[in-house]
Design a protein around this ligand. Structure first.
Ligand code: PLP
Length: 393
């Protein structure tokens, strides 16, 4: 058997497939021909190995309660060992129905109501939503946009001061960072971790985008010091990498037994137990046999992001693309257009007829920016760029 799904150019119809990305625009009253490049899933078929494994389950036809046993653990472990030189034991791996679910469980189990939880905006919006929904306080150490380097950096002094001032108990790290697409360097992660250690701050490291690293190297935060392992909940998932978000499965690694016990207890309190068999089966197939598909997809996305950069530089003088280091989401700065946040959103939606993620949803620091999902056939991206040029060129 060999990989069959290596064609990333052909546009696959996603309308009328219960796709949130494609089928929800009408309900929001957006133009009928709007092109969606917002939510983070891909317009590509997953690996054919995953499809075949799922077909086998469908053919079997019995969908009873499921449990992933040691072969599941071995597949996940080998993937992380090989790719990131990171190892863990079977009991340290907890499967959840998604990373956001795991973040909510971590917030509830590792902090008390009213406690302060740190984020670094602009950041994936469920971070602040989860903190607020659970009655905790959001503390934001906003990332700084370094105009000269064209990338975001951390204000470490502010980060530490805010921890002290607010008695922060937990830090939600986005590693790599969505939406600003930073691959955090080892020195940066060491500095952040050392500050957290100094002030007894626990860390949730969301590493869901790790496999989309295009510059330098991804570091599993917990792997950098034995002391970091002891304070960290590491969130991983094959869902971004292999386009499996609808199958709802994440792998959470917690080394510290006390933190793990608290997390598992809170997870049980939620009433959720056995996960979806489709998630288990696809994870094993993807991690064992998806290598060829992954390499080709990674290259396709790298080139798509490069294409956007070249197009923006050549055709859209008032827009700047922030250096793309990671994720399949590119971050565009529209502030030089002089438009207000609402004017910009309206122009994008109703004139360019593009459904992007408005920067404002990632926090106040995201205002004036837009996030574009480039995990789509090049033709879709070319059409999106054409529409941007018509309005902003
Ligand atoms: C940083 C980050 N974490 C988590 C998720 C979603 O994870 P899940 O679907 O497993 O809840 C996303 C999706 O875009 C993301 O960007």
């Amino acid at each position: 058997m060999s990989e069959r799904n290596l064609d990333f150019d052909t546009i696959i119809e996603r309308r009328n497939t219960m796709s949130l990305k494609y089928d929800y625009a009408e309900r929001l009253g957006f133009p009928a021909d709007i092109l969606p490049l917002w939510i983070a899933d891909m317009d590509f078929k997953t690996s054919s190995y995953v499809q075949d494994a799922l077909k086998e389950v469908v053919e079997h036809g019995i969908f009873g309660y499921s449990e992933a046993l040691s072969d599941y653990y071995v597949a996940v472990r080998e993937y992380f060992q090989k790719k990131y030189n990171y190892d863990f034991e079977e009991r340290e791996l907890i499967k959840t129905p998604g990373v956001v679910f795991a973040i909510a469980v971590a917030v509830r189990s590792l902090t008390n109501e009213g406690d302060a939880v740190m984020i670094q905006s602009p950041v994936y919006y469920p971070f602040s939503a989860t903190i607020e929904h659970n009655g905790r306080k959001v503390v934001d150490s906003t990332l700084i946009y370094d105009e000269k380097e064209n990338r975001y950096v951390i204000d470490f002094k502010d980060f530490e001061q805010k921890i002290v001032d607010n008695d922060v108990r937990l830090f939600l790290l986005c590693n790599p960072h969505n939406p600003v697409s930073r691959v955090w360097r080892k020195e940066e992660l060491l500095k952040l971790g050392d500050i957290c250690l100094r002030h007894n701050v626990l860390v949730v490291s969301d590493e869901i985008h790790a496999d989309f690293t295009f510059v330098g190297k991804h570091h599993v935060f917990a792997s950098l010091r034995p002391e970091f392992e002891d304070i960290t909940v590491t969130c991983t998932s094959p869902s971004k990498t292999f386009n499996l978000a609808g199958l709802q499965l994440a792998n959470i690694i917690i080394k510290n037994p006390t933190i793990r016990r608290a997390f598992v207890h809170e997870y049980r309190v939620s009433g959720y137990s056995e996960l979806n068999v489709m998630g288990y089966v696809s994870t094993v197939a993807a991690y064992r046999n998806g290598g060829e598909w992954y390499d080709a997809m990674h290259e396709y996305i790298r080139k798509n992001a490069e294409y956007v950069k070249e197009f923006v530089d050549a055709n859209l003088p008032k827009i700047r693309m922030i250096n793309h280091e990671a994720t399949y989401l590119v971050w565009l700065d529209f502030r030089k257009t002089g438009l207000s946040v609402d004017e910009l959103d309206n122009k994008i939606i109703y004139q360019s007829r593009l459904w992007l993620d408005s920067g404002k949803i990632f926090g106040k620091s995201g205002e004036g920016f837009q996030r574009i999902n480039v995990a789509c056939p090049r033709k879709i991206l070319e059409e999106a760029m054409k529409r941007l040029k018509e309005v902003f060129g």
